[in-house]
Design a binder for this molecule. Structure first.
Ligand code: PBG
Length: 326
Protein backbone atom coordinates (compact mmCIF):
# COMPACT_ATOMS: atom_id res chain seq x y z
CA UNK A 1 0.00 0.00 0.00
CA UNK A 2 1.32 3.40 -0.88
CA UNK A 3 1.17 6.29 1.51
CA UNK A 4 -1.74 8.60 0.89
CA UNK A 5 -1.01 12.05 -0.41
CA UNK A 6 -1.85 14.35 2.49
CA UNK A 7 -3.93 17.13 1.03
CA UNK A 8 -3.44 19.96 3.48
CA UNK A 9 -5.07 22.26 0.95
CA UNK A 10 -8.55 20.80 1.53
CA UNK A 11 -9.08 23.11 4.47
CA UNK A 12 -7.53 26.13 2.78
CA UNK A 13 -9.46 26.34 -0.44
CA UNK A 14 -12.57 28.14 0.76
CA UNK A 15 -13.09 31.11 3.05
CA UNK A 16 -15.55 29.11 5.19
CA UNK A 17 -12.93 26.41 5.76
CA UNK A 18 -10.22 28.87 6.74
CA UNK A 19 -12.65 30.67 9.03
CA UNK A 20 -13.76 27.39 10.63
CA UNK A 21 -10.33 26.02 11.51
CA UNK A 22 -8.50 29.26 12.31
CA UNK A 23 -6.44 28.67 15.46
CA UNK A 24 -5.87 32.25 16.48
CA UNK A 25 -8.55 34.90 16.60
CA UNK A 26 -8.29 38.57 17.31
CA UNK A 27 -11.03 40.49 18.99
CA UNK A 28 -11.36 44.21 19.50
CA UNK A 29 -11.81 43.68 23.24
CA UNK A 30 -8.13 42.58 23.43
CA UNK A 31 -6.80 45.86 22.07
CA UNK A 32 -5.62 48.85 24.08
CA UNK A 33 -5.09 52.13 22.23
CA UNK A 34 -2.37 54.54 23.42
CA UNK A 35 -2.95 58.32 23.52
CA UNK A 36 -0.61 61.27 24.14
CA UNK A 37 -2.11 64.18 26.06
CA UNK A 38 -0.63 67.64 26.48
CA UNK A 39 -1.70 71.10 27.61
CA UNK A 40 -3.85 73.47 25.60
CA UNK A 41 -7.20 73.30 23.83
CA UNK A 42 -8.32 71.95 20.51
CA UNK A 43 -4.91 70.38 19.96
CA UNK A 44 -4.48 67.69 17.29
CA UNK A 45 -0.79 67.81 16.58
CA UNK A 46 0.50 65.04 14.32
CA UNK A 47 3.51 63.11 15.64
CA UNK A 48 5.89 63.24 12.68
CA UNK A 49 7.50 59.88 13.21
CA UNK A 50 4.15 58.12 13.80
CA UNK A 51 1.77 58.82 10.90
CA UNK A 52 -1.83 58.72 12.14
CA UNK A 53 -0.90 59.36 15.78
CA UNK A 54 -1.71 62.72 17.37
CA UNK A 55 -0.68 64.67 20.41
CA UNK A 56 -3.96 65.83 21.92
CA UNK A 57 -5.29 68.15 24.62
CA UNK A 58 -7.86 66.97 27.16
CA UNK A 59 -10.87 68.16 25.09
CA UNK A 60 -9.72 66.50 21.85
CA UNK A 61 -8.69 63.38 23.81
CA UNK A 62 -12.33 62.96 24.78
CA UNK A 63 -13.45 63.34 21.17
CA UNK A 64 -10.88 60.85 19.90
CA UNK A 65 -11.62 58.32 22.64
CA UNK A 66 -15.34 58.59 21.90
CA UNK A 67 -14.59 57.74 18.28
CA UNK A 68 -12.44 54.77 19.26
CA UNK A 69 -15.13 53.54 21.60
CA UNK A 70 -17.65 53.75 18.77
CA UNK A 71 -15.33 51.58 16.71
CA UNK A 72 -15.42 48.97 19.47
CA UNK A 73 -12.23 49.72 21.37
CA UNK A 74 -12.82 49.24 25.08
CA UNK A 75 -9.54 50.42 26.64
CA UNK A 76 -7.01 53.19 26.26
CA UNK A 77 -3.66 53.94 27.89
CA UNK A 78 -2.61 57.53 28.52
CA UNK A 79 0.81 59.18 28.31
CA UNK A 80 1.36 62.76 29.48
CA UNK A 81 3.24 65.58 27.82
CA UNK A 82 3.42 68.14 30.65
CA UNK A 83 3.79 71.89 30.24
CA UNK A 84 6.80 71.96 32.52
CA UNK A 85 9.38 69.41 33.59
CA UNK A 86 11.76 69.32 36.57
CA UNK A 87 14.38 66.94 38.00
CA UNK A 88 11.84 65.03 40.12
CA UNK A 89 8.94 64.89 37.63
CA UNK A 90 6.48 66.77 39.86
CA UNK A 91 3.81 67.08 37.15
CA UNK A 92 3.54 63.31 37.11
CA UNK A 93 2.08 63.15 40.60
CA UNK A 94 0.54 66.62 40.99
CA UNK A 95 -3.20 66.32 41.63
CA UNK A 96 -3.83 68.78 38.82
CA UNK A 97 -1.13 67.35 36.54
CA UNK A 98 -2.01 66.70 32.92
CA UNK A 99 -2.83 63.00 33.29
CA UNK A 100 -4.79 63.36 36.53
CA UNK A 101 -6.96 65.97 34.79
CA UNK A 102 -7.26 63.90 31.65
CA UNK A 103 -8.44 60.85 33.62
CA UNK A 104 -11.06 62.83 35.53
CA UNK A 105 -12.50 64.40 32.38
CA UNK A 106 -12.37 61.21 30.37
CA UNK A 107 -14.09 59.09 33.03
CA UNK A 108 -16.78 61.73 33.36
CA UNK A 109 -17.41 61.89 29.62
CA UNK A 110 -17.00 58.17 28.84
CA UNK A 111 -17.62 56.22 32.06
CA UNK A 112 -17.60 52.82 30.34
CA UNK A 113 -14.23 53.25 28.69
CA UNK A 114 -11.39 51.48 30.54
CA UNK A 115 -8.77 54.16 31.19
CA UNK A 116 -5.29 52.89 31.98
CA UNK A 117 -2.60 55.26 33.25
CA UNK A 118 1.06 54.67 32.46
CA UNK A 119 3.03 55.28 35.65
CA UNK A 120 6.54 56.53 34.91
CA UNK A 121 8.52 59.70 35.37
CA UNK A 122 10.42 59.98 32.07
CA UNK A 123 7.73 62.16 30.52
CA UNK A 124 7.90 64.55 33.50
CA UNK A 125 11.60 64.81 34.34
CA UNK A 126 13.77 67.42 32.61
CA UNK A 127 16.57 64.86 32.21
CA UNK A 128 14.18 62.31 30.67
CA UNK A 129 15.06 59.38 32.92
CA UNK A 130 12.35 57.26 34.50
CA UNK A 131 13.01 58.33 38.07
CA UNK A 132 15.29 60.34 40.32
CA UNK A 133 18.91 60.31 39.18
CA UNK A 134 22.24 61.07 40.78
CA UNK A 135 24.57 63.65 39.21
CA UNK A 136 26.39 60.85 37.40
CA UNK A 137 23.10 59.72 35.86
CA UNK A 138 22.53 56.66 38.02
CA UNK A 139 18.88 55.99 38.79
CA UNK A 140 18.15 56.05 42.53
CA UNK A 141 15.84 53.12 43.00
CA UNK A 142 14.21 53.64 46.38
CA UNK A 143 13.57 57.39 46.19
CA UNK A 144 12.02 56.68 42.78
CA UNK A 145 9.63 54.15 44.34
CA UNK A 146 8.19 56.82 46.57
CA UNK A 147 7.40 59.07 43.64
CA UNK A 148 6.00 56.25 41.51
CA UNK A 149 3.65 55.13 44.26
CA UNK A 150 2.48 58.72 44.69
CA UNK A 151 1.89 58.92 40.93
CA UNK A 152 -0.02 55.63 40.82
CA UNK A 153 -2.16 56.73 43.75
CA UNK A 154 -3.00 60.11 42.20
CA UNK A 155 -4.09 58.44 38.95
CA UNK A 156 -6.18 55.81 40.72
CA UNK A 157 -7.81 58.49 42.86
CA UNK A 158 -8.55 60.46 39.71
CA UNK A 159 -10.48 57.41 38.50
CA UNK A 160 -8.03 55.33 36.45
CA UNK A 161 -9.38 51.81 35.95
CA UNK A 162 -5.88 50.36 35.96
CA UNK A 163 -2.37 51.65 36.57
CA UNK A 164 0.64 50.49 34.58
CA UNK A 165 4.08 51.06 36.11
CA UNK A 166 6.73 51.22 33.39
CA UNK A 167 9.82 52.68 35.07
CA UNK A 168 11.54 49.31 35.66
CA UNK A 169 12.42 50.34 39.23
CA UNK A 170 12.83 47.29 41.46
CA UNK A 171 9.86 46.93 43.79
CA UNK A 172 7.59 49.35 41.90
CA UNK A 173 4.62 46.98 41.81
CA UNK A 174 4.74 46.35 45.55
CA UNK A 175 5.17 50.04 46.34
CA UNK A 176 2.18 51.02 44.22
CA UNK A 177 0.05 48.12 45.50
CA UNK A 178 0.72 49.19 49.08
CA UNK A 179 -0.14 52.82 48.34
CA UNK A 180 -3.40 51.84 46.62
CA UNK A 181 -4.45 49.41 49.34
CA UNK A 182 -3.72 51.92 52.09
CA UNK A 183 -6.15 54.33 50.41
CA UNK A 184 -9.04 51.96 49.90
CA UNK A 185 -8.20 51.35 46.24
CA UNK A 186 -7.57 47.63 46.56
CA UNK A 187 -9.84 46.89 43.60
CA UNK A 188 -7.69 48.82 41.09
CA UNK A 189 -5.55 46.34 39.11
CA UNK A 190 -1.88 46.78 38.25
CA UNK A 191 -0.70 46.07 34.73
CA UNK A 192 3.03 45.70 35.18
CA UNK A 193 5.57 46.39 32.44
CA UNK A 194 7.43 43.36 33.79
CA UNK A 195 9.82 42.51 30.96
CA UNK A 196 10.65 45.85 29.41
CA UNK A 197 13.74 45.87 27.25
CA UNK A 198 16.18 48.72 26.57
CA UNK A 199 15.00 48.96 22.97
CA UNK A 200 15.74 51.13 19.96
CA UNK A 201 12.11 50.55 18.94
CA UNK A 202 10.95 53.24 21.43
CA UNK A 203 12.47 56.01 19.29
CA UNK A 204 9.24 57.48 17.84
CA UNK A 205 7.51 57.36 21.26
CA UNK A 206 10.21 59.56 22.67
CA UNK A 207 9.45 62.15 20.00
CA UNK A 208 5.72 61.87 20.71
CA UNK A 209 6.15 62.19 24.48
CA UNK A 210 9.24 64.42 24.27
CA UNK A 211 10.90 62.09 26.73
CA UNK A 212 14.29 61.19 25.24
CA UNK A 213 16.97 60.98 27.95
CA UNK A 214 19.10 64.12 27.90
CA UNK A 215 22.21 62.13 28.85
CA UNK A 216 23.05 58.45 28.99
CA UNK A 217 20.48 55.78 28.17
CA UNK A 218 18.12 53.43 29.99
CA UNK A 219 20.29 50.34 29.94
CA UNK A 220 20.99 50.39 33.66
CA UNK A 221 17.34 49.76 34.48
CA UNK A 222 15.66 48.34 31.36
CA UNK A 223 16.46 44.79 30.27
CA UNK A 224 19.23 43.63 27.96
CA UNK A 225 17.67 42.50 24.64
CA UNK A 226 19.86 39.40 24.78
CA UNK A 227 18.13 37.99 27.88
CA UNK A 228 15.06 35.76 27.96
CA UNK A 229 15.47 33.78 31.18
CA UNK A 230 15.78 37.05 33.06
CA UNK A 231 12.34 38.04 31.74
CA UNK A 232 10.82 35.02 33.49
CA UNK A 233 12.42 36.17 36.72
CA UNK A 234 11.09 39.73 36.27
CA UNK A 235 7.61 38.34 35.66
CA UNK A 236 7.79 36.04 38.67
CA UNK A 237 8.88 38.87 40.96
CA UNK A 238 6.17 41.22 39.71
CA UNK A 239 3.48 38.61 40.25
CA UNK A 240 4.81 38.04 43.75
CA UNK A 241 4.61 41.79 44.35
CA UNK A 242 0.98 41.85 43.26
CA UNK A 243 0.83 42.40 39.50
CA UNK A 244 -2.57 41.49 38.06
CA UNK A 245 -1.31 41.41 34.47
CA UNK A 246 2.27 41.27 33.22
CA UNK A 247 3.62 42.79 30.04
CA UNK A 248 6.36 41.99 27.56
CA UNK A 249 7.64 45.01 25.64
CA UNK A 250 8.42 45.44 22.75
CA UNK A 251 6.47 42.65 21.06
CA UNK A 252 7.87 41.71 17.68
CA UNK A 253 11.53 41.11 18.41
CA UNK A 254 10.47 39.38 21.64
CA UNK A 255 7.82 36.90 20.50
CA UNK A 256 9.93 34.07 21.94
CA UNK A 257 9.98 35.81 25.32
CA UNK A 258 6.25 36.40 25.07
CA UNK A 259 5.66 32.71 24.35
CA UNK A 260 7.76 31.61 27.33
CA UNK A 261 6.07 34.08 29.65
CA UNK A 262 2.60 33.07 28.41
CA UNK A 263 3.35 29.40 29.01
CA UNK A 264 4.26 30.01 32.62
CA UNK A 265 2.33 33.03 33.78
CA UNK A 266 -0.63 32.37 36.06
CA UNK A 267 -1.90 35.89 35.29
CA UNK A 268 -2.97 37.39 31.93
CA UNK A 269 -0.17 38.54 29.65
CA UNK A 270 -0.03 41.79 27.70
CA UNK A 271 2.28 42.69 24.83
CA UNK A 272 3.19 46.21 23.73
CA UNK A 273 3.43 46.59 19.96
CA UNK A 274 5.61 49.69 20.36
CA UNK A 275 6.08 52.91 18.43
CA UNK A 276 9.02 51.81 16.28
CA UNK A 277 7.18 48.66 15.23
CA UNK A 278 4.22 50.81 14.20
CA UNK A 279 6.31 53.39 12.35
CA UNK A 280 8.15 50.79 10.29
CA UNK A 281 4.85 49.45 8.97
CA UNK A 282 3.57 52.95 8.26
CA UNK A 283 6.75 54.03 6.48
CA UNK A 284 6.84 50.98 4.23
CA UNK A 285 3.11 51.16 3.49
CA UNK A 286 3.35 54.86 2.61
CA UNK A 287 5.95 53.97 -0.01
CA UNK A 288 3.77 51.22 -1.36
CA UNK A 289 6.34 48.59 -0.39
CA UNK A 290 3.94 46.53 1.69
CA UNK A 291 0.18 46.30 2.15
CA UNK A 292 -0.32 48.16 5.44
CA UNK A 293 -3.64 46.58 6.45
CA UNK A 294 -2.57 43.02 5.77
CA UNK A 295 0.78 43.58 7.49
CA UNK A 296 -0.72 45.03 10.65
CA UNK A 297 -3.27 42.23 10.94
CA UNK A 298 -0.53 39.64 10.43
CA UNK A 299 1.56 41.32 13.13
CA UNK A 300 -1.29 41.51 15.65
CA UNK A 301 -2.25 37.90 14.92
CA UNK A 302 1.32 36.74 15.47
CA UNK A 303 1.51 38.57 18.81
CA UNK A 304 -1.70 36.86 19.83
CA UNK A 305 -0.47 33.49 18.54
CA UNK A 306 2.68 33.88 20.62
CA UNK A 307 0.48 34.08 23.69
CA UNK A 308 -0.65 37.64 24.38
CA UNK A 309 -4.07 38.00 26.00
CA UNK A 310 -4.12 41.74 25.39
CA UNK A 311 -2.20 43.95 22.99
CA UNK A 312 -1.33 47.62 23.35
CA UNK A 313 -1.08 48.94 19.82
CA UNK A 314 -1.17 52.19 17.84
CA UNK A 315 -2.90 50.10 15.14
CA UNK A 316 -5.92 49.57 17.43
CA UNK A 317 -8.29 51.73 15.41
CA UNK A 318 -7.20 50.40 12.04
CA UNK A 319 -7.54 46.86 13.38
CA UNK A 320 -10.99 47.61 14.79
CA UNK A 321 -12.09 48.94 11.38
CA UNK A 322 -10.74 45.88 9.61
CA UNK A 323 -12.30 43.48 12.13
CA UNK A 324 -15.65 45.28 11.77
CA UNK A 325 -18.82 43.72 13.22
CA UNK A 326 -19.01 43.24 16.96
C1 PBG B 1 7.88 54.92 29.68
C2 PBG B 1 7.38 54.32 28.43
C3 PBG B 1 8.02 54.27 27.19
C4 PBG B 1 7.16 53.59 26.32
C5 PBG B 1 6.01 53.29 27.03
N1 PBG B 1 6.18 53.72 28.36
C6 PBG B 1 9.28 54.87 26.76
C7 PBG B 1 10.59 54.41 27.20
O1 PBG B 1 10.77 53.52 28.03
O2 PBG B 1 11.51 55.04 26.71
C8 PBG B 1 7.45 53.31 24.89
C9 PBG B 1 6.31 52.86 24.07
C10 PBG B 1 6.51 52.91 22.61
O3 PBG B 1 7.63 52.98 22.09
O4 PBG B 1 5.49 52.88 21.93
N2 PBG B 1 6.96 55.84 30.20
Amino acid sequence: MSFPLHRMRRLRGQPWAREMVRETRLHKSMLIEPFFVGEGKGKREPVKSMPGVLQLSVDTLIEECALSQKLGIGSVILFGVPGKKDPVGSEGYAEDGIIARAIRSLKKALPDLCVIADVCLCEYTDHGHCGVVEKNGRLLNDPTLELLSKEGLVYAQAGADMVAPSAMADGQVRAIRQALDASGLETVPILSYAAKYASAFYGPFREAAQSAPQFGDRRSYQMDPANAREALREVELDIEEGADLVMVKPALSYLDVLRRVAERSPVPVAAYNVSGEYSMVKAAAERGWIDGDRTLMEILTSIRRAGADVIITYHAREAARILGGS
